[in-house]
Design a protein around this ligand. Structure first.
Ligand code: 5GP
Ligand code: ZN
Length: 113
């Protein structure tokens, strides 16, 4: 059985605050939210990070269908939001299962820390 925490959330071995699910993706609220809306969009299959994502259909599904749907559902589609994919050690990735942060509900600053 996988020890990966996001695999466990996707398999429902661990509870999460799910906001979206389909056959290939789950999305749930971040445990430590950085904004009023902070949702993690996660492929159900284990992909370590964006450099390992070789499934073009899954990539297109996430960015053309799942992101717009969730953004509208949580009410940030008009006001704006930020997508973040931390990758590797210097990218600040702490969970080694690909996830897209969808962050919104407040004004974002730039540059990131
Ligand atoms: P990363 O730093 O890898 O880009 O993001 C990992 C994110 O996962 C962090 O924002 C962290 O708060 C969140 N996180 C870690 N463990 C859990 C968990 O068990 N449940 C939920 N909902 N979020 C988690
Ligand atoms: Zn995993």
């Amino acid at each position: 059985m996988s020890e990966c925490i996001f695999c466990k959330i996707a398999n429902k071995e661990i509870n999460s605050n799910l906001v979206y699910e389909d056959e290939s993706v789950v999305a749930f609220r971040d445990l430590n939210p950085q904004a009023p809306q902070h949702i993690l969009i996660v492929p159900k299959k284990h992909v370590a990070n964006i450099t390992e994502l070789d499934d073009k259909n899954l990539a297109a599904h996430i960015f053309t269908e799942v992101v717009p749907k969730i953004a509208a559902e949580v009410g940030v589609d008009k006001s704006g939001f930020r997508l973040v994919i931390n990758t590797g050690e210097e990218g600040g990735q702490t969970v080694n299962h690909l996830h897209v942060h969808l962050i919104g509900g407040r004004k974002m600053t730039w540059p990131p820390g």
